[in-house]
Ligand binder design. Structure first.
Ligand SMILES: Nc1ncnc2c1ncn2[C@@H]1O[C@H](COP(=O)(O)OP(=O)(O)O)[C@@H](O)[C@H]1O
Ligand SMILES: [Mg+2]
Length: 262
């Protein structure tokens, strides 16, 4: 897998300033600020309805905040379309599995390359010239991801036949093949057994360490959060409660009161 330039690691990647959004009478986000550096795993925790998924939806352009700013390496994301934001290097993985069940692992991962396919249907269909070159590059990238995530043994299998943990890994692969710089994950280990959880945690660390990607991890599973995060931000009622090292956040009285203790 191609690695991010080492000099980028630790530089500010995404900055969120004073973000607010309402749904009817509900203030889903109320002046929320947050930032993440290149090569960092930053967890977002908080009770149900705190606004965690809304933050991810604002970053990738599904929601349009009423106020505030989101900058990716200095470039404003608010007002850009979801496909433009994806092209800038933001990849989102949803809570629900969203794969093509009858298609193979390889085919599903290839779908993640579609933003790079520029040739027309005709030239790709003829398997000639540019279409052919792009197709083989896409295939090569997909194979790299399959190897990175140890999916070789199931690469031809239909995704629908795989256990949940492996399906999640395929989804991570589909996001990786687009070569993003920021990965957004919404509760990736929800509903998994211990072995599957450890598996996801290990691959997220590999993605950080070996590719140098930054990851925003929305997660309820505190063991996973505390194990792999560089930084944790706790939210409640659309606001930040506190932000810091996992141990600092875990022992923060307000976090314990609003979330961990309940
Ligand atoms: N599309 C939407 N329409 C209406 N209300 C929404 C929508 N998205 C989020 N909300 C509301 O915003 C609040 C925050 O939701 P959400 O970000 O999903 O919380 P979390 O992910 O932390 O559980 C909740 O009160 C939720 O009902
Ligand atoms: Mg949510």
């Amino acid at each position: 897998m191609p690695r991010l330039a080492p000099e980028a690691i630790g530089k500010p990647l995404l900055e969120i300033e004073d973000l607010s959004i309402n749904f009817g009478g509900v203030k889903a986000l109320d002046g929320f600020s947050f930032d993440i550096r290149c090569g960092e795993i930053h967890a977002l925790i908080g009770p149900n309805g705190a606004g965690k998924s809304t933050v991810l939806n604002c970053i990738c352009g599904y929601y349009h905040p009423a106020r505030g700013e989101i900058l990716l390496m200095g470039e404003p994301l608010i007002g850009q379309r979801t496909d433009q934001i994806a092209r800038l290097g933001v990849a989102r993985i949803f809570q629900r599995i969203e794969l093509f069940r009858r298609m193979s692992v390889l085919e599903n991962i290839m779908v993640g390359r579609h933003r790079f396919i520029r040739s027309g249907i005709l030239s790709s269909g003829l398997f000639w010239g540019r279409g052919y070159r792009e197709e083989s590059l896409n295939q090569q990238k997909a194979e790299e991801v399959i190897e990175f995530l140890n999916l070789q043994h199931v690469r031809k299998n239909p995704v629908g036949s795989l256990p949940y943990g492996l399906q999640k890994r395929v989804e991570i692969g589909r996001a990786l093949v687009a070569e993003p710089r920021l990965l957004l994950l919404d509760e990736p280990v929800a509903g998994m057994n211990i072995e599957e959880k450890e598996d996801v945690a290990r691959y997220l660390l590999d993605i950080k360490d070996e590719i140098g990607l930054a990851i925003i991890l929305v997660e309820h599973e505190m063991d996973v959060v505390m194990d792999i995060s560089d930084c944790v931000t706790a939210m409640n009622f659309g606001c930040k409660v506190t932000s810091g090292l996992p141990d600092e956040v875990r022992t923060n009285p307000e976090v314990i009161r609003s979330y961990l203790g309940s």
